[in-house]
Design a protein around this ligand. Structure first.
Ligand code: NAD
Length: 341
């Protein structure tokens, strides 16, 4: 396994988290040779940590892509910059691993998919929540038919972000559709993953309670028909004040032919069956959790292994669901996902 060089877009926030994961777990597989950030203080701080010289630090995407030839590029900047950075890197011959959501608009996302298809280079999108012990076990229960056929999945996300700036960065409280773009993208992707189906149609509503800390909607409820006969329902609430199912502790319930499965984060699986005691057990361990799974999978893909399950051509199906939710939320009309792809 050789060391892969990386041109990294973003140095603070989640990008700082990536760098931490790489130092702790991928020191012998990833070496950052160029770093791009609009914040010079962050550039200097990370340069010290990574041992980068001034000629390896950039505030401009164009200059970085012009000067640095790396084995791949990492993109962990805010969503509206993903398209220009990913496309520039692909055009320069670098495979890309990029944070969710794919982009800020469907046009940008389609342009990214087109460039990935034309260049034939790998583009993996981070959907870290799939790679948790409980989620992987639930998917196995569905795939192996342990409780028969799947009827429907309920997903609930509820965080108390009633204070301004409590959701990490101010931009999440001022942007349009923060719930959908920054939150629900994870949950819509999870509903696809747990149901083993792709969404065909979606309808629902979004709203912003008067006491919300968000400029735009903080809450919504959406109903989905999947292409394998199952159905999904999603409750998203960034203004929760009572029962919390925040990050890593979202609640999912699957109604199957011979029982009900519940998870709410961590490793515990609860199975209810009629006339039987409730069964609770710990899901088996998995080799890599969250982001680390995606980094490992992406490096193996570049080396010729199988493409990532969350490659951009697949993950645009999750992104299209939040676009459909955005549109349906305005009038409650049913939207076809195919119209967005
Ligand atoms: N997968 C997850 O669990 C998860 C969690 C949080 C955030 N994210 C995603 O990570 C991405 C970044 O979010 P964040 O909270 O870290 O944002 P952030 O505002 O902290 O920005 C991250 C870094 O990018 C830099 N930056 C901003 N604009 C830039 C530009 N045009 N070019 C280069 N650098 C730029 C910032 O200075 C900062 O260092 C988003 O897509 C977000 O949705 C994912």
């Amino acid at each position: 396994m050789s060391v892969k060089t990386c041109l990294m877009f973003g140095g603070g926030g989640m990008a700082g988290g990536w760098i931490g994961h790489w130092i702790n777990h991928f020191r012998d597989r990833i070496k950052i040779i160029g770093l791009v950030d609009v914040n010079e203080e962050i550039l200097e701080k990370q340069a010290d940590l990574l041992g980068l010289g001034k000629d390896q630090l950039f505030t401009s995407t164009e200059e970085a892509v012009d000067k640095v030839r790396a084995d791949f590029a990492g993109v962990a900047t805010p969503p509206q910059f993903h398209a220009s950075q990913t496309i520039s890197a692909l055009e320069a011959g670098m495979p890309v691993i990029c944070e969710k959501p794919i982009a800020g608009t469907i046009e940008d996302a389609r342009a990214m998919v087109d460039t990935a298809n034309r260049t034939g280079l790998p583009v993996s999108i981070i959907q870290n929540y799939r790679y948790a012990r409980d989620k992987q076990e639930v998917r196995r229960i569905v795939d192996e038919g342990r409780l028969g056929r799947l009827q429907h999945v309920i997903g609930r996300y509820a965080c108390d972000y009633r204070k301004h700036c409590s959701w990490g960065k101010e931009w999440r409280h001022t942007m349009d559709y923060a719930l959908l773009f920054e939150g629900s993208i994870h949950h819509m992707d999870m509903l696809r993953f747990l149901s083993a189906g792709d969404c065909e149609t979606l309808t629902g509503f979004g709203w912003n309670p008067e006491w919300s800390s968000f400029k735009h909607l903080s809450s919504g409820m959406y109903l989905m028909k999947m292409n394998n006969g199952s159905h999904c329902f999603y409750e998203g609430n960034s203004t929760a004040a009572g029962i919390i199912n925040c990050w890593h502790k979202e609640y999912y319930r699957l109604e199957l032919e011979k029982g009900t499965v519940e998870i709410a984060g961590g490793k515990d699986i609860t199975i209810h069956r009629m006339d039987k005691q409730v069964e609770q057990y710990e899901a088996p361990e998995i080799p890599w959790e969250g982001h680390n799974h995606l980094f490992d999978e992406f490096l193996n893909w570049i080396d010729g292994d199988k493409p990532a399950d969350t490659r951009i051509q697949e993950n645009i199906k999750s992104f299209a669901m939040i676009l459909a939710a955005m549109d349906s939320g305005t009038d409650g009309a049913v939207r076809k996902i195919a119209d967005y792809l």
